[in-house]
Design a protein around this ligand. Structure first.
Ligand SMILES: C[S@@+](CC[C@H](N)C(=O)[O-])C[C@H]1O[C@@H](n2cnc3c(N)ncnc32)[C@H](O)[C@@H]1O
Length: 216
């Protein structure tokens, strides 16, 4: 684990269980907007992305809830948590008995948060640092999890064909989305939905109904 990234994560967060998923404890922002603004400013100075890793987004929490309640979804499988952020879905898959779990992230702070969060929950998760979409050939995952990933147009346009290709190659692909702008309008079947408590400042509302969807 890179010490300076981990030190930064520890200093800016508090170990806590996110609403909806009390089984998992994570290093998360103590007060959402304070940390978002403080950290975003600090990171921006260094040309780094905003601290997505300091929050368990509704998509990740819905996926974790679904997997913990339906452990057969992940049990015995090679699982990829794509764009894992704090790693909540990856940790749920590990707790559910996945054969292996890999979390992919392009943000080094998220990878440091992931490592700390795995230690806090006593699980082992591998990491893919960098853009897993560019890997050729793609590894043969049995299950791909993608929580809250359709929030930006360029990213959504890039990952949707990739996720469909992984499904065509044999992976089960679960997406969880709380109503982001660029969620594809077709090709996804709903398998669960949750009313996820959210921070009013971060999400403009206190509940986000979040659907778990499967590529059909
Ligand atoms: C809104 S957060 C969601 C995090 C987590 N899945 C959750 O639901 O809590 C989106 C994350 O996607 C990551 N990300 C963006 N593009 C990526 C890519 N090409 N590969 C891996 N991660 C990526 C960002 O760094 C960020 O942590």
């Amino acid at each position: 684990m890179n010490g300076s990234y981990a030190d930064f994560v520890r200093a800016e967060t508090r170990l806590q269980a996110p609403p909806l998923v009390p089984e998992i404890r994570l290093h998360l922002a103590a007060r959402a907007t304070d940390l978002w603004e403080a950290t975003e400013a600090k990171l921006e100075e260094k040309g780094l992305p905003p601290p997505y890793w300091a929050f368990a987004w509704p998509g990740g929490r819905a996926l974790a809830r679904y997997i913990l309640d339906n452990p057969a979804t992940a049990r015995g499988l090679a699982v990829l948590d794509f764009a894992a952020g704090c790693g909540i879905a990856a940790i749920a898959a590990a707790l559910a008995g996945a054969q292996s779990v890999t979390a992919s992230e392009i943000d080094d702070f998220a990878l440091a948060a992931l490592d700390l969060n795995c230690i806090a929950n006593g699980v082992s998760v591998g990491r893919h640092a960098g853009d897993v979409v560019a890997l050729a050939p793609a590894p043969a995952w049995g299950l791909i999890l993608a929580g809250d990933v359709f929030y930006e147009k360029p990213m959504s346009e890039r990952i949707w064909p990739w996720l469909k290709a992984r499904h065509a190659a044999g992976a089960r692909v679960l997406v969880a989305d709380p109503g982001r702008a660029y969620l594809p309008g077709s090709g996804l079947n709903e398998i669960a939905r949750y009313d996820v408590p959210t921070d009013l400042d971060l999400e403009d509302r206190t509940i986000r109904t979040t659907r778990v969807l499967e590529i059909a």
